[in-house]
Design a protein around this ligand. Structure first.
Ligand code: DGL
Length: 273
């Protein structure tokens, strides 16, 4: 049986990851699922993010996926391990769920010179401490500071990413991060929504600081995973298609998805749980 690759996010943010994955590996079939009705996840508890993520993974498995990417840092931080440990055996031993924090973290050792890194992410991702934990496993010499940016996802989800009103909040969180550690020379955008704010993030980040967007690293890491796991790769269907599903209204998704993908998509509504 051949299967599409599932890409899940709490909303539209994962579309930034999907774009990079598809441009590197256009041959595969993909299913994108956004839990737009229940976004944002960033301020929710571990239990709730785990429950919602498990429901989404089950839905994507039911749709025929064998491999699901949690294209959401919050879900990767708060739910990935629980889904892998508690649910995968029951859902099918040949299925896999991968997150996006590890591939991002692997990339930064070669980028920072000062060995001082900043992470901008949702409150949930920052409170989970997943980035400092994962970074220090690989690079114990790197000092990590984190700044939660609770208003960035709502700005993006509400189509305000380019509005003048967004300037205040973009500048505010960057300033707060750099105040924590002035030696930071590399900033990870640890939320898949944030590349949509990249123009403003660049404008308010001092020159010389590297800004790391995750998409390229996640796509390269997935390619590497598929090369190392032919049993999974052989099962991936290869017609170059992508289907979109949302838990919110189809109209709303279609118009907002345009901001991320810049091509029209046909989307279907699903319920989770
Ligand atoms: N885009 C998601 C992330 O990468 C989360 C946004 C949210 O639902 O708060 O963390």
């Amino acid at each position: 049986m051949s299967a599409p690759i599932g890409i899940f996010d709490s909303g539209y943010g994962g579309l930034t990851i999907l774009s990079q994955i598809r441009s590197l590996m256009p041959q595969y079939d993909y299913i994108y699922l956004g839990d737009n009705a229940r976004t944002p996840y960033g301020t929710r508890s571990f239990e709730v993010v785990y429950e919602f993520t498990r429901q989404a993974v089950e839905k994507l498995f039911d749709m025929g996926c064998r491999l699901v990417i949690l294209a959401c840092n919050t879900a990767s931080a708060k739910a990935l391990r629980s889904v892998q440990q508690n649910d995968l055996a029951r859902l099918g031993s040949d299925r896999r769920v991968l997150g996006i924090i590890r591939p991002t973290v692997e990339s930064i050792g070669g980028i920072t010179r000062s060995r001082h890194i900043g992470v901008l992410a949702t409150e949930g991702t920052i409170l989970s401490a997943s980035y400092p934990i994962e970074i220090n496993k690989l690079f114990p010499d790197i000092q990590v500071s984190g700044q939660a940016c609770p208003l960035w996802v709502p700005l993006v989800e509400n189509g305000e990413a380019h509005s003048p009103g967004a300037d205040y909040f973009v500048r505010k969180y960057i300033t707060q991060l750099l105040e924590q550690d002035p030696l930071i020379d590399t900033v990870i955008l640890g939320c898949t929504h944030y590349p949509l704010l990249i123009e403003k993030i660049r404008r308010f980040t001092p020159a010389g600081i590297n800004i790391v967007c995750q998409g390229d690293y996640v796509a390269a890491s997935l390619q590497d995973y598929l090369q190392r796991h032919p049993e999974m790769e052989n099962n991936c269907s290869k017609n170059g298609s992508c289907q979109f599903f949302t838990t919110e209204s189809e109209e709303k998704f279609t118009s907002s998805a345009n901001l991320f993908l810049r091509y029209p998509v046909e989307v279907h509504r699903v319920t989770l749980g």
